[in-house]
Ligand binder design. Sequence first.
Ligand SMILES: Cc1ncc(C[n+]2csc(CCOP(=O)(O)OP(=O)(O)O)c2C)c(N)n1
Length: 884
Amino acid sequence: MDMPPASQLITHTDADPAETAEWVDALAAVLQSGGRERARFILSKLSSAAWEWGVQWRAARNTPYVNTIRAADEPAFPGGADALAVERKLAGIMRWNALAMVVRANRAHAELGGHIASYASAADLFEVGFNHFFRARNGDFGGDLVFFQPHSAPGVYARAYLEGALNEADLGHYRREIEARHHGARGLSSYPHPWLMPDFWQFPTGSMGIGPINAIYQARFLRYMEHRSLLPAQDRRVWGVFGDGEMDEPESLAALSLAAREGLDNLTFVINCNLQRLDGPVRGNGHIVDELETLFDGAGWNVIKLLWGSDWDPLFGRDTGGALVEALNQTVDGQLQTFAANDGAYNRARFFGQSAAMQALAASLTDAEIDRLHRGGHDMKKIHAAYAAAVSHRGRPTVILAQTKKGFGMGSAGQGRMTTHQHKKLEDEELLAFRDRFDLPISDADCAALAFYKPAADSPEMQHLHARRVALGGYLPRRHDPRASLPVPDIASYARFALESDGKEMSSTMALVRMLGALMKDGGIGKRVVPIVADEARTFGMASLFRQFGIYSSQGQLYEPEDIGSILSYREAKDGQILEEGITEAGAISSWTAAATSYSTHGLPMLPFYIYYSMFGFQRVGDLIWAAADQRARGFLVGATSGRTTLAGEGLQHQDGSSHLVAATVPNCVAYDPAHAYEVAVIMQDGMRRMLEEGDDVFYYLTVTNENNPQPPMPEGAREGILRGMHRIAKVDAPQARLLAAGPIVKEALAAAELLRERFGIAAEVWSVTSFSELAREAIAVERHNRWRDEQAVPYVTQQLQGDIPVIAASDYVKAVADSIRAWVPGPYVTLGTDGFGRSDTRAALRDHFEVSAAWIAFATIEKSGATAEERRAAAAALGITFN
Ligand SMILES: Cc1ncc(C[n+]2csc(CCOP(=O)(O)OP(=O)(O)O)c2C)c(N)n1
């Protein structure tokens, strides 16, 4: 083994270099005779001894600013120099087509936007993946799952163009999904969006931070499926290519320790460290690579730094005094960016000019050669070596910190420039320079016309490109939607207790959990149910599921649980069914997304139920839900302990009054606020039917509460109304008012009807509104269609509320929820809701405070029934309410 002389490792602050050299030589001898494992052992022994003797030394988490993999340890590039040359050419072509796509779009319509510089920096990282590592789904093999850096999407399109999945017309409609339809083209979405390109993109990554956390939970879910014997262990891999700026998002870092704890060696992160983000340097005054190395290493990942290309190797070889490594350690990222933006002469003067030793190192290089010194993330051989090391690493996830230049090859138009991120217009000379830089056979005229370039089918480039993809199982990305239908059991098999309830007291949460438990026992669908919680299972009465179904743990259970004898015992198991995520709503929703899209990513539909404090859903992780919607998730989100007045004691940050408002804005989210257990059952049944049997791209949001109420049996013929959004639960002859209520406020409306009848002689009927948002959606759709039709349809909600009598609607959510149907309510309409901050008190006090109690509903009815001011005052006094 060739090793650097000890002198290179001795820093200038060394008080006794001779002694240091002895130690280093001793280690070198150990390494020579015993190998790396032995050397590691000796070092850890020394470290333990130092701790015992109070030295309190801890190895720095940072290694020097050089490559982790030594040049001598790099495997040969598959196919040798010829393949390498072809792949470099291909990367140049991808770069050109990606650039042409963005510049074309923006020359025509400057408003379209797009990015060139990100993919320019990431192209080689992508290409090595595409040519050697990313395996497609093929036959029985499920394929690797790749999360692509979103604003590098043009590069992925450029490759799909060469591969044949996209044509020129498609590329000509980058960011023009609407116009494309008129030209028989596909239209390419700005970023990876499965909703917009359902047979192409698998994972939405456009919102920074969502890709990293979803990738981790995807890798973990893959393990879960394997451990539960639902998927065969095929050594499938999750790859994620992300930006160094993106790593500042809390979600990007949130699950690093989970990935290490779970030993996810099926996961590789490639972080494109071009040292820049949108506004400027990621860490101008420091090293983002060092910071990420510290974080990932501290979390327990295998870290591979890939900083310098092969053309630096001879320089490091000649750097016997350590001046180069020292200079790199000391050069902060802002300066590295400036070096990237300037030419060889500048770099000779400012970087290599730092000392005589450095000058000597660069003496044999021309300025042009200095200019061309590659960063590690632009060296395909080294990238290949890093990916190969990641794939073969066992027991831990790997992160590759690949240093690149932002806007690589854009020359003075953008490489390393502060403004390069948003640069999307290039002048003709800049285009010609780019063409020359990557040696592309494109004429000046084609260059100016931004013509897309595709080599002939029999060219070495195209032959190689296809051969590599064939070897890797096919093309990628591809999203699959096998339309596999999973039969749903009969409702009575898991929810008879709810349909035929005889007034037994139960909360809707308890009813749902009971149905869930019964469903999990179903011989068909049972195994597909994935209950997910974020440390609130006991709150929702789900502890009963622990022992029976087990909590998933990749390690099984290495301890004897304190409650081992109990029927509720906390049982962890390798094939456990419950995903107990701990206190991470972002993690739990990522797990849910992985399970809810399993029908596509794994060809195996699952049925996830993520049950959480409703306030910590749309409000806390709304963007992750939006991404799941984009990914065409199918499953149930259950906002438990919901309702601003129903959660009572928990106060301002816990009491949810808005989730239904937000849920209504997610186009494929079907949201319900059921009052009774039988409504929960009917909604669950139909949700399963739509998602699992019909394969509809919808997901369900249900709010359930912890208020115990007598559960009535299901009225005859209620099913349609429950599903469409409203059904009458208390009928009167000749009603003078209609009371609409949702969820927990239904009982207040029923009580209000009693008050009105008994004390004021007003006959009011009561409706349970299971979904204001579904009623409003249908009405909007009907109204829109009516604009084109002679025959005018009547929205469902209008049909139900015929007549000019007052309608009073109340819910445990802000008034805007009930207001959403106002336009289609024929009579005078009043909405009551829980606008404002929550607070702690009893349910009765809260409902009085927010004016959604029976008394307030009755009072609003009296007011809308034409009472005089005096009559109103008398009514208020009789009802015991005061106006504050
Ligand atoms: C949540 C979110 N915030 C902001 C943005 C806007 N944005 C898009 S790319 C970008 C910079 C990304 O920098 P980096 O991750 O370093 O990637 P690079 O383009 O440098 O490769 C920003 C701020 C976004 N897409 N998502």
